[in-house]
Design a protein around this ligand. Structure first.
Ligand code: ADP
Length: 265
């Protein structure tokens, strides 16, 4: 770290005071060591100039490394996939973020990006578009019938109501998004996440272990199912990752210790 030389007390008072104020400012802002060994104001000024030069150079170097990071990622190796998982607002509010990250890490998958975001209405509409209504309705109908329950709505109208509730849910608190890379990562992460309805999700899966919510119980309260996480499917993974992370926010170019055993992915 640079050294700032201060003049000896008693030398030209005004200049000394100004130098001292400047040096103090530098000390508060940067990690600078002080020495009271300067012979006079000139030497003190020289010390400050040198410190300023060092600081500028350090900031400049930092900018240069940032620039270097702005490169495109390499094409993925055969059999390697990228996917997006995010901890939904119920997971964040319940303090389950660490548990979920830990499961991804323990599975050996590589975390290549991570951030907390409070999603807005626009994002929610894009991620959960009206076109999803029929699919959601059909899935719910199947679940209702499988349990021997009636399904007195059309798939479309049921799906639409769910979509609105779902958008309210994902924008109700921050989410934590995680970009993941690894062998067959998309289906692997989906399997780790489990069934949409936690009441049905197998023990050992994230939804099975951390929630017991059910379609019917959510419906009674006209809310979305609180199922802790979202994980992309093979249709959505690439688009969803792009919507959540810019290229600069992904760091695939490091090697995990597990990759040292399996081969780099
Ligand atoms: P998944 O998240 O398992 O891929 P979908 O893409 O079908 O499931 O649905 C998106 C999200 O919408 C679900 O994770 C869940 O939070 C909510 N959801 C889906 N179907 C229903 C439903 N019938 N009732 C309440 N919420 C639902």
């Amino acid at each position: 770290m640079p050294v700032v030389y201060l003049p000896k007390e008693g030398d030209r008072k005004e200049m000394y005071r100004e130098l001292l104020a400047l040096a103090k400012e530098l000390r508060e802002k940067y990690d600078i060591r002080f020495s009271r060994d300067a012979k006079d104001e000139l030497e003190a000024l020289y010390g400050i100039m040198k410190a300023l030069y060092e600081i500028t150079r350090m900031e400049w170097d930092e900018r240069k490394t940032e620039k270097k990071k702005k490169r495109k990622s390499k094409p993925l190796k055969k059999g390697i996939e990228r996917t997006l998982l995010f901890v939904k607002p119920d997971g964040v509010r319940r303090g389950l973020v660490g548990e979920i990250i830990s499961r991804i890490e323990k599975a050996g998958l590589k975390i290549i990006g991570m951030k907390m975001v409070w999603l807005g209405e626009d994002w929610a509409k894009k991620h959960y578009p009206d076109e999803m209504a029929a699919k959601i309705g059909a899935k719910a109908k199947k679940a209702f019938l499988a349990q021997g329950k009636e399904f007195p709505w059309t798939e479309e109208e049921y799906g639409k109501a769910i979509l609105e509730a779902l958008r309210r849910y994902v924008t109700s608190a921050p989410i934590v998004a995680i970009a993941i890379q690894g062998p067959r990562a998309i289906s692997k992460v989906r399997a780790m996440v489990g069934d949409t309805a936690p009441s049905k999700a197998a023990p050992g899966t994230i939804r099975g272990d951390f929630s017991c919510d059910d379609y019917e119980w959510a419906d009674v309260q006209t809310r979305s199912i609180y199922n802790v996480v979202h994980a992309s499917d093979s249709e959505g993974a690439e688009r969803e990752l792009k919507e959540m992370f810019s290229e600069d926010e992904l760091y695939p170019d490091y090697t995990t210790l597990y990759e040292e055993l399996l081969g780099e992915f």
